[in-house]
Design a protein around this ligand. Structure first.
Ligand code: SAH
Length: 336
């Protein structure tokens, strides 16, 4: 298509590539391309379930639905559901997933769930308890690059049998925040209109229906200069412009911009705080001890998983946790 019609925006390239990538495989696990927190330990989903149940109890136990964006193998949702059930919270489960392969994996763990192609068809009656772990990093980013002639969109072209990033011709200076406009030539400014659209839509739902959204991902507090587009295959970095659709394309999430988008719709934002700090505050220490007591032969693995999820040099600091809470709902645990 690019060869025939010319370069397309990087965001479109990323969208096409990831749609094919996720539709054609289960990318998770040792035999796949990458591993996520819920696949490292059941503690991750359990603590999220208990955190949701605590907030729900303090909100007066309304009839709520659980919704998850990009649930992978369904591991987090299954672990969270078990923990919520122990706290007498048994919500209907709604999964937003486009990949048929991953839907099959999810159905094995959550046979009673309801599936959605996008967040627009989530239930409209009653509060939503929404979770998104490593979902937003997979959504397309737009990149603007500073050229000698001003800011231009990064496009992807096809030259000599290869995909190559090229600068567009239309001036894009107005889309770059004023504080960043003077950045050096070659600087890249990223934003994710697709992510902002989903956050705005769900924040509006939270503001009218009640509930909460817990968003966990790797990212930063923008706006900032930086090219964070990356490709991962078999647990190693790859070239994003080689073999699109065969590796996972992601970008870091701008938490400040997502929080601001949500706040503009009237919801409260808490965080982001580091994943390690958040997990310690909501009780990963107590949970790890209890698990180790009930299966002493696994004590070493459980301790190692806790370190992997919380240590600053592992997932503890790069990954962050943001909570978007409906107006009138209580202050969530773990943020201060
Ligand atoms: N949350 C899971 C999986 C993360 S991988 C975990 O932590 O293990 C990203 C997930 O988002 C996959 O389930 C993928 O199929 C899904 N996904 C990616 N792009 C999507 C889109 N545009 N709409 C819905 N789901 C999407």
């Amino acid at each position: 298509m690019i060869g025939a019609e010319g370069p397309i925006p990087l965001a479109h390239y990323m969208g096409f590539a990831n749609a094919h990538y996720y539709a054609s495989r289960d990318p998770l696990g040792v035999a796949g391309d990458f591993i996520t927190a819920p696949e490292i330990s059941q503690m991750f989903g359990e603590l999220i379930g208990l955190w949701l149940a605590d907030l729900w109890m303090r909100a007066g136990r309304p009839a709520a639905s659980y919704a998850e964006l990009g649930p992978g193998r369904g591991t987090l949702a299954a672990d969270a559901a078990r923990a919520m059930r122990a706290a007498k919270l048994v919500p209907p489960i709604h999964l937003v997933e486009t990949s048929p392969v991953l839907r099959t994996a999810q159905r094995e763990r959550l046979p009673a769930a309801t599936w959605h192609d996008d967040a627009g068809s989530l239930p409209e009656d009653g509060p939503l308890l929404i979770v998104a772990n490593e979902f937003f990093d997979a959504l397309p980013v737009r990149q603007l690059v500073r050229t000698a002639g001003g800011w231009r969109e990064h496009l992807v072209g096809w030259q000599d049998g290869r995909f190559v990033p090229v600068a567009g011709e239309v001036p894009m200076d107005a889309l770059v925040p004023e504080v960043l406009r003077d950045a050096d030539a070659g600087s890249v400014f990223e934003s994710s209109p697709a992510s902002a659209a989903i956050i705005a839509q769900l924040a509006r739902r939270l503001a009218t229906q009640g509930g909460v959204m817990l968003l966990i991902d790797y990212g930063y507090a923008g706006p900032a200069i930086g090219d964070t587009l990356q490709a991962v295959r078999r647990h190693a970095y790859a070239d994003p412009f080689v073999d699109p659709g065969s590796c996972d394309l992601t970008a870091h999430v701008d938490f400040a911009s997502l929080a601001a988008t949500a706040q503009a719709e009237g919801v409260q934002a808490f965080g982001p705080v580091g994943q390690g700090e958040w997990l310690e505050r909501v009780g990963i220490g107590v949970r790890a001890e209890a698990l180790a007591r009930s299966s002493p032969t696994r004590a070493g693995d459980i301790a190692a998983a806790r370190v992997r999820l919380t240590a600053p040099g592992a997932m503890g600091q790069l990954f962050r946790v943001l909570a978007l809470v409906a107006p009138g709902w209580p202050v969530p645990e773990g943020f201060a």
